[in-house]
Design a protein around this ligand. Structure first.
Ligand code: MN
Length: 730
């Protein structure tokens, strides 16, 4: 068992001048909190945090991280409140402990590859302090080293999670040693017999191989010296899991793994790279077809090196990699891209540059003398466009930034979205438009029969949610349109004393619907409901020998009165829809267009045609929906007044209001309401609502108002887009 003193000695080595009393305190606290607890191995529980702290000390992490190593399980496993950690060790240590605790609570459950990738990204995304990941990796490494004490089903689950999540994360961060050990340990539990066989074969020759590698290295050193090529050398034996992958991928035996042993030569120039290659080939026989010039032809991820496999005089094959310092640097830094490349994925430049940066950071902190402060002030945000959230069962749901619980609900299932009434985030009730954050555990409460609200459209972030809400609203409005259409037809039938029920019973209405270009009778009703088809016209078609005109009508048939009753909207007689008669037309309340203004019509569902001013902001939102657009124009010269609201901005002075009212009455505009406000900076705004007969009238009035002394702006106030309910649904 690691002793605390071992850890102190290690940290002291790279932090000779630091005050390590916090470490001592953490050790004592952890010992007290874990007292009496045992691991599955039977060892005192404390042995685990001590081992984790030792791994972190080996990684030369700052003393606070080592502290967290000692404390990382006390919140989760001893019920010590995080507050107590914060009081004793400060907010920074508490924050990292909290991050590690949160990470441990997440269990990777799905075996699906895509989900694994999401999960890895999420792990990196939810931490805002890189040390959380480093502590978690050390924790996992020690758990893997002692995994044999757990029951087989747990071994399997933890080993798989390590293989799919933590190994690749370590690799991404450039922690090759960590990754290698994690993967080999996982492999030994997941495929024990394959692992055992391979390991036996490798171990049998380890001593020989190590001796061989150092002999090669001294030979290389000597030969390079003779040719005056400056070099640094590295030697390695390939790891078990890595060997296994290669054997499997290339369907070869261990003897055929030419890079089981490798020597890396790092020199100063490209010229010397080729020079070194020549020297190597002179000394050892190259394996034909195994020379790769990635200097002349870099890999897609910009990796550059010369690779060659050679055979020693004893018949042992080994790989030699030759590169310059610069290439070495790029190869090391670009390892994230390398990882993706190896796994056959496309490289996302943006992501890789972020990962590279993170990786570089890990390296810096290992080299830096005092990285503590530097790391602590650092906030990482690897995936700024995405937010990683969970279902209560731990499934990862990736959403765009600022997504809401409603987006989450639709991502789960359309029905969940349609019926969601409330949401809980991390156990707390939040508004449906709450902006989700990384790591949020989201629970959606549904109620059958609950319906989506149109307002949701203005703040949902995913196109899935938007489309599903739209679709739902369309279906809903179509039902209303059918209903209105039926009522209109019934009313018109009554007006002309037609027994509608009898008529419909006698005539097959299907073909008639087809004549109107409708696919079904419901379409026909819907067409009437939205005002595209006239009920009177339809009746005339159904009963050709009857005359339908004002004379034969029982009473004046105001087509729209029934609609008015249903929806409480009045129609406008002063606007005409080009080429069509008898439509229900009304001016949109958002922009309230006045005669003479350029206007445009939109077919709404169930409410007829909304007429907007061409410059209405809502129209800008509607332009993509071209099928619903319809040409409209002002009819005749009917005397009609339009209500317009103006804001007159000016500098306050005596008599300003009086002058404004007199200008308005000079242009024969009827004032409905007027209100003046003054501001501390001597400015004033006069709000006036008045009746205007047309666009020219309005322009003339605005012109006159602007001529008043001290008035600097006259603004027409359109209702803000709260008039959403009048927008046709798209
Ligand atoms: Mn632990």
């Amino acid at each position: 068992m690691t002793s605390f003193d071992d850890i102190l000695v290690k940290v002291r080595e790279y932090r000779p001048d630091d005050d390590l009393s916090l470490l001592q305190k953490a050790y004592e606290f952890a010992a007290a909190q874990h007292r009496g607890q045992k691991r599955s191995s039977g060892d005192p529980y404390l042995s685990h945090p001590l081992a984790v702290a030792a791994i972190l000390a080996e990684m030369k992490l700052d003393p606070k991280s080592v502290c967290v190593g000692l404390l990382h399980d006390i919140v989760e496993d001893t019920g010590t409140p995080l507050k107590a950690v914060e009081e004793k060790f400060g907010p920074e240590v508490a924050h990292i402990v909290d991050g590690v605790t949160k990470m441990s609570k997440i269990q990777f459950t799905s075996a699906e590859e895509r989900q694994a990738e999401n999960f890895r990204k999420m792990m990196l995304a939810i931490v805002d302090d890189i040390r959380v990941i480093l502590v978690k990796l050390a924790d996992r490494l020690h758990n893997m080293r002692t995994l044999q004490h757990l029951p087989p089903d747990k071994q399997e689950r933890i080993a798989r999670e390590t293989m799919e999540i933590y190994g690749p994360i370590a690799h991404r961060l450039g922690m090759g040693k960590m990754r290698g050990e994690l993967e080999d340990l996982s492999f030994s539990f997941l495929e024990p017999s394959i692992y055992g066989d391979l390991k036996d074969q490798v171990e049998k020759k380890r001593k020989v191989n190590e001796a061989f590698l150092s002999e090669v290295q001294s030979m290389v050193t000597e030969k390079m010296k003779e040719s005056e090529i400056p070099v640094q050398l590295q030697g390695r034996i390939k790891r078990i899991f890595s060997i296994y992958q290669k054997m499997k991928r290339q369907r070869i035996t261990l003897d055929q793994v030419y890079d089981l042993l490798a020597v890396r030569i790092i020199t100063d120039s490209i010229r010397n790279c080729y020079g070194a290659l020549g020297i190597i080939h002179n000394a050892w026989r190259p394996v034909p077809g195994r020379i790769k010039d990635y200097i002349a032809m870099p890999r897609p991820n910009l990796y550059q090196s010369l690779h060659t496999s050679v055979i020693s005089s004893t018949g042992q094959a080994f790989e030699v990699q030759i590169r310059t310092q610069e290439m070495h640097r790029i190869a090391e830094m670009g390892i994230a891209a390398h990882w993706k490349y190896k796994e056959g994925r496309t490289v996302d430049q943006d992501e890789d540059s972020r990962i590279n940066w993170l990786r570089q950071l890990v390296e810096w902190q290992q080299d830096m003398r005092d990285p503590g402060e530097f790391l602590s002030t650092l906030k990482i945000d690897l995936y700024p466009e995405e937010v990683y959230t969970f279902t209560p069962k731990g499934k990862v749901v990736i959403l765009p930034r600022e997504a809401t619980p409603v987006d989450f609900a639709y991502a789960i299932h359309t029905d969940v979205g349609n019926q969601c009434v409330q949401s809980k985030v991390n156990g707390r009730i939040v508004p449906l438009r709450y902006k989700l954050r990384n790591g949020d555990i989201v629970e959606i409460l549904t109620q059958s029969g609950h319906m989506p609200s149109r307002d949701w459209l203005s703040w949902v972030k995913t196109s899935k949610a938007r489309n599903k809400i739209r679709h739902w609203l369309n279906v809903q409005q179509r039902e209303r349109a059918i209903d209105v259409g039926k009522r209109l037809l019934e009313k018109e039938a009554r007006n002309f004393s037609v027994n509608l029920k009898k008529t419909i019973d006698e005539i097959d209405i299907g073909p008639v619907a087809a004549e109107y270009g409708c696919h079904s009778v419901d379409d026909l009703y819907a067409g009437m409901g939205i005002g595209k088809i006239s009920a009177r016209h339809l009746l005339a078609k159904l009963i050709p020998d009857k005359v339908f005109d004002e004379v034969t009508a029982v009473k004046d048939s105001k087509l729209t009165s029934v609609v008015k009753k249903v929806f409480g909207i009045s129609s406008s007689d002063s606007i005409e829809v080009k080429g069509v008669d008898g439509l229900l037309v009304y001016r949109a309340r958002c922009c309230n267009p006045i005669r003479g203004e350029e206007i445009v019509g939109y077919i709404t569902r169930g409410k007829g045609i909304a007429v907007h001013a061409k410059n209405c902001p809502n129209v800008q939102n509607l332009i993509y929906d071209v099928e619903r657009k319809i040409d409209v124009e002002w009819r005749g010269t009917a005397e009609e007044a339009y209500t317009v609201r103006l804001a007159i901005h000016g500098e306050d002075r005596q008599g300003l209001l009086a002058e404004v009212t007199s200008v308005i009455s000079d242009t024969r505009s009827n004032i409905r309401n007027i209100e003046a406000r003054t501001y501390p900076d001597q400015n004033a705004t006069i709000d006036v609502t008045l009746d205007i007969s047309d666009k020219r009238h309005l322009e003339k009035l605005i012109g006159s108002l602007k001529k008043i002394d001290n008035v600097f702006e006259v603004e027409r106030i359109l209702r803000p887009s709260s008039a959403i309910s009048e927008r046709p649904s798209g």
